[in-house]
Design a protein around this ligand. Sequence first.
Ligand code: DC
Length: 298
Amino acid sequence: MLDTRFCPEAKINAKINYKFIIKKIEVIRQLLYNKSVIYLTRLFLIVFFPHTDAGAVANAPASFCGKIIFIYHYLRRIRMNIAIDGPAGSGKSTVAKLLAKELSFIYLDTGAIYRTMALYCVRNNIDPKNEEEVSKAVPSIDVKVDYVNLEQHMLLNGKDVTGQIRTPEVSNATSVISAYSSVRDALLSMQRQIAEENDVIMDGRDIGTMVLPNAQCKIFLTASVGVRAKRRYDELLEKGTKCELSQIEKEIEERDYRDSHRKIAPLKKADDAIAVDTSDLSIEEVTRKLKEIAEGKM
Ligand code: DC
C-alpha cells in the first residue's frame, strides 16, 4: 500500500511566496472578467463536483459573495509545479532543495521513493532482475513520504530508512526495478497527488514527460559523466563510504544507459523543458539560473 503524509510544519514554516500569490490573483482577476470562462467553470463544477463546496460555488449567484468563494477555491486549486529531470549526479537534488527553500515550495526527490522500494527488495532477498518476483512484492511494500524539519524522509513499512537508501547496492537495484511497469504504476498516483496538493519541485527522470506533463516549469539538467562521477565520489567519501572513482564512473554509465534505454518512462528531456548543463557551474550558479527560469514561468 502506498501513502503520503505531510508534515503540517512544512506548510506552516514556509515563507509566503508573494510573487506567486500575486500571479495567482492576477490570473483570477482576468478570469473573473471573462464571462465565458466563468460559465464554463461553473458548468464543469456542477457536472463533476455536484456535492462539494465547489458545486455550491457553481450554484452561487454571480454575487460578490459567490465571487469570493470562487476565488478561495481557485487559490486553493492553482498549484505551481516545477519538474527537474536529469541523469544521476547532474545536481538535481542539491539544487532542487535549495530552490524549494528560496521559493517556499515542497521538494520531492522521487528517486528516494524508488530507492525505498529497491531497499525492500535488497533486504528481502528479492532479485531485482526478476521482474515477476519484484512485481509480486509491490502490493506489500508500504512506502511513505514524511517531512521532518522540512527534510524529506522515507518510511518503509513504518520505519525511517532515509539513511539506508543511498548505498551502491541499492542504487543499482533501483535502476533495475524502476524499469518495471508494476513499480512505476504503483508510484505514479502518489507523485501526482503530491503535486496536486502542493506547490512542489519534483526531481527525477520522467517528471516532465510522464508524471507532470502539465508542469508550468520544466528543467533538464545535464553534466559530463566525469563530473557527475566525481560529485558522487566526493559525496560518498564525505559520508565515510569507501569507493573507487573509476568504479563509480562505470556504474554511472551503466545507470545512464539503463535509465535512458528502458521501454517505460525513459530518462528523456521533455520537448518544452529548458536544458541546463551544470558541468562548469557551481551549485549557487545553477540555483540562481533555475530560480530565474522558475520565476519567469510564475
Ligand atoms: O535520482 P536518483 O539517482 O536517486 O534515482 C535512483 C534511480 O531511480 C535511478 O537509477 C532512476 C530511478 N528513477 C526513476 O526511474 N524515475 C524517477 N522519477 C526517479 C528515479
